[in-house]
Design a protein around this ligand. Sequence first.
Ligand SMILES: Cc1cc2nc3c(=O)[nH]c(=O)nc-3n(C[C@H](O)[C@H](O)[C@H](O)COP(=O)(O)O)c2cc1C
Length: 139
Amino acid sequence: MTLTRLVYASRSEFVETDRRSEIERIIASARRLNTQNDVTGFFMVTPTGFAQVLEGRPANVAETYGRIVVDPRHRDIRLLSQEPIAERRFPRWSMGLAEQDETTMFIFGLYRVTPETDLAEQPADALVDLAGELASRPA
Ligand SMILES: Cc1cc2nc3c(=O)[nH]c(=O)nc-3n(C[C@H](O)[C@H](O)[C@H](O)COP(=O)(O)O)c2cc1C
């Protein structure tokens, strides 16, 4: 089966007070839709932005990305990479989630991502590795 992996970054666009509920809403619909579409991946949230890894069949990933780019809850969406992959890196995640907070700050820091870092300036491979690191941390 042909598989592709897409990585993008964007800036979040919601008011601080609604942050928690907005993230919960995004992740809930992402997991529901991704389960339907056999898309897996990981979603990283910093105080200013998002980075997301999407894996699946090319048509399903393209359709999902098409939904994501028109969502008004973020802006400055930048496609960082899209390439064929031999196997999924996040096979068990309909969409993993990690927020940059006190518990994850150290892991983000290993990849030189501070709360001020522009995620769109990071190499896609580094973001995938960071996501892998965050996905394998003890619950
Ligand atoms: C940061 C961000 C990440 C998203 N991730 C996904 C995703 O992984 N899969 C997906 O199908 N839609 C994703 N979306 C799109 C929306 O969740 C979706 O289009 C929207 O919630 C409409 O679905 P609903 O009205 O049924 O909730 C994302 C949107 C944003 C802003």
